[in-house]
Write a protein that binds this ligand. Structure first.
Ligand code: AMP
Length: 182
């Protein structure tokens, strides 16, 4: 099963992605995580990605498409995956031809997501370097501009499932499973 998770930062994609991974037995991956790994490399690409992420801007489509398609060729993703953070622009959606089953949109108002992110830290209790208020606001702005057309694209293909992301973690998970007929 191939599932895409869409939502603004703070909408609960990774929480739900991990729950789905455990239930469905397919791997979960996020492009944000992939890019954060590349950003640690002391290469021209690593430095470029770090700067772009820290500002909250998007990595250009061509580079993103290349990196994601390379990743998805790995054998562990052959049977399916839960993909968070991609496609994020209309051009990425058009280029992505992987036989997606469903696109799950976690709908959370901007204000609610900002509130949740104000208290978020990583597993070591640190604030993530690319999670400054300015970068988060920029990401939310870019979501409305570039990612809403992706939702429309999958809606016309009959693949979009919209979930109210303001419910409890368990309620959201249950609704996703119901909509996937699982
Ligand atoms: P995220 O953790 O999903 O919020 O992603 C963090 C950052 O990684 C974003 O602000 C972008 O700089 C970059 N990124 C992640 N996914 C994509 C994508 N599909 N297209 C372009 N840039 C991306």
């Amino acid at each position: 099963m191939k599932i895409i998770l869409v939502g603004i930062q703070g909408s609960g994609k990774s929480t739900q992605g991990n729950l789905l991974r455990d239930k469905l037995g397919v791997p979960y991956l996020s492009t944000g995580h992939i890019f954060r790994e590349i950003a640690k490399e002391k290469t021209t690409l690593g430095r470029y990605i770090k700067e772009t992420m820290t500002a909250g801007y998007l990595i250009p489509d061509k580079k993103t498409n290349e990196i994601v398609s390379d990743y998805l060729e790995r054998p562990e993703y052959e049977k399916g995956y839960i993909l968070d953070g991609y496609p994020r622009t209309y051009a990425q959606a058009k280029a992505f031809k992987n036989g997606i089953d469903k696109v799950i949109y976690l709908d959370v108002p901007d204000k609610e997501a900002l509130w949740r992110l104000a208290f978020r830290t990583n597993e070591n209790g640190e604030v993530r370097e690319d999670e400054t208020l300015a970068a988060i606001k920029k990401r939310i702005e870019l979501f409305h501009k570039f990612t809403e057309p992706v939702l429309e694209y999958y809606k016309t293909k009959g693949k979009l499932v919209t979930i109210n992301g303001e419910q409890s973690i368990e309620e959201i998970h249950k609704e996703i499973m119901d909509k996937l007929n699982k």
